[in-house]
Ligand binder design. Structure first.
Ligand code: MN
Length: 460
């Protein structure tokens, strides 16, 4: 019988560019995580779905899961994908990553286990700090760990999509495992590279600070990835460790607060469903339900994975319990109100205290806010410049499309003035409008993925 309970939310999204979603989400039993498939027209989809299916089936038959059970499940998934790839020419060469988290009992000790193969990631959010748990099984990940390149070089490395370990490419696979004590209030994020290539770690951490509900947090993270380009499929699973100490999971204590500078936000500010829908601008991929853990039937604390509705009902029930208004609880409530108010103020301030130059319907314009917006605050156009984006020098186009951030309106105007001078200097005056093709930003991710194995290169 497990005493730890977790609450899980997640979403998977095709993104802005790809036509298919080759990611698969794994929502139990036992293991919660993400598989990012790759290879061929249908291969990636088949590989990730097959891996998730085999793992769920294997773990569904286990009574008290151990880390070894997780490894066995992943080894089985590897063999299933490998065998299918070898017998079905339509999906030859397919592969998939897998990253997942589970409550396990190893030698009588209950703890959390994270398993990983590939370049999907698990993060732990502990006392306000976000850290990556897993090693990326990619070429740049290895070069980085060996100290042969810097993080900045890794971000722009031409071979940053080369994966060095993946399910389904070889008969055998080595599975990484990491262990953590189940600390109430800790949150874990498991995600495909469609999130981490688009959303920097500081924004992931800020979202985890802001959004209490794990399902909402996963949806907001996917939304941020889409806002930043959505060049790949995006799958996010957020796992909260429940517990009596921080039942709402997210209210930072004074220690956490002091770790962050004022440009960040600390307070828990829940979003209503309407606000979320508005933030998305379109319906987000919903999670219909979360499967409950089998082994937990005898546990009075409830199932390991509660649905959102169950969780809300429980919270409501707890709220209705009469409570004495002690000085301590009064101070606590006052502190929460101050934090919420401060957080809303900080988010609004952070989201609107800059200007940037970007494109508004083919015309260079000055915006107030952050490129792509920040959480629920969207940027607004303050001035159009009359400069057609097609007239801008090629060297300037990409940065303007990303948004050139300036600290004030006058600085943004100076930037536009210089931009205009550069254009006037290099273009002879013309009276006809140009019909050059629209300039597109170079795709950050190459469309072909090479899978490197110990024995050489295999087309992915
Ligand atoms: Mn991917």
């Amino acid at each position: 019988m497990t005493t730890t309970t977790i609450t899980v939310g997640g979403t998977t999204d095709v993104g802005q560019v790809r036509e298919q979603n080759q990611d698969s989400i794994l929502l139990g039993p036992v293991l919660f995580g993400v598989a990012d498939g790759m290879g061929g027209h249908q291969g990636g989809e088949v590989a990730s779905a097959l891996a998730v299916e085999v793992i769920a089936e294997h773990l569904g038959a286990v009574d008290e899961p151990t880390t070894q059970d997780l490894r066995d499940a992943v080894v089985r998934a590897n063999r299933a994908v490998y065998d299918r790839s070898g017998t079905d020419p339509a999906v030859a060469g397919m592969g998939t990553t897998i990253v997942g988290i589970a409550i396990v009992t190893d030698n009588g000790t209950e703890r959390l286990a994270v398993i990983n193969v590939g370049d999907s990631r698990a993060y732990r959010y502990h006392r306000g700090e976000l850290s990556q748990v897993t090693d990326d099984h990619s070429l740049v990940g290895e070069l980085l760990r060996d100290g042969r390149i810097t993080a900045e070089e890794a971000d722009v490395h031409p071979q940053r999509n080369v994966i060095t370990r993946v399910l389904g490419i070889e008969r055998d696979v080595v599975v990484d495992a990491f262990h953590f004590p189940a600390v109430p209030g800790d949150r874990y994020v498991l995600c495909s590279d469609g999130l981490t290539n688009e959303v920097p770690d500081v924004e992931i951490a800020a979202t985890l600070r802001e959004i209490d509900d794990p399902d909402d947090a996963a949806r907001v993270l996917a939304h941020l990835a889409n806002d930043n380009g959505g060049r790949d499929n995006i799958t996010v699973v957020v796992v909260d460790v429940d517990g009596p100490e921080r039942p709402e999971g997210l209210v930072p204590d004074a220690d956490d607060f002091s770790h962050h500078d004022d440009s960040d936000t600390q307070a828990y500010t829940p979003l209503s469903d309407d606000e979320l829908d508005e933030a998305f601008g379109r319906p987000a991929a919903p999670l219909d339900r979360l499967r409950d853990e089998d082994e937990d039937e005898t546990d009075d604390d409830g199932p390991v994975a509660m649905s959102r509705r169950e969780r809300r009902a429980r919270r409501r029930a707890e709220r209705e319990r009469p409570r004495a208004l002690t000085l301590r609880s009064f101070v606590f409530v006052a502190l929460i109100l101050a934090l919420v108010g401060g957080g809303v103020y900080l988010v609004n301030d952070y989201a609107t205290n800059t200007y940037y130059v970007s494109v508004d319907s083919e015309e260079v314009a000055i915006f107030k806010g952050r490129p792509g917006g920040f959480l629920w605050v969207q940027p607004t156009v303050v001035e159009h410049t009359g400069i057609d984006i097609d007239d801008v020098l090629p060297a300037d186009v990409s940065s303007i499309e990303d948004g050139v951030v300036q600290s004030s309106l006058s600085r943004a105007r100076t930037y536009v003035k210089n931009l205009r001078e550069r254009i006037d200097k290099t273009t002879p005056p013309v009276t006809t409008t140009t019909t050059s093709p629209p300039v597109t930003r170079p795709d950050k991710t190459p469309t072909t993925v090479t899978v490197t194995t110990a024995t050489g290169n295999t087309g992915g």
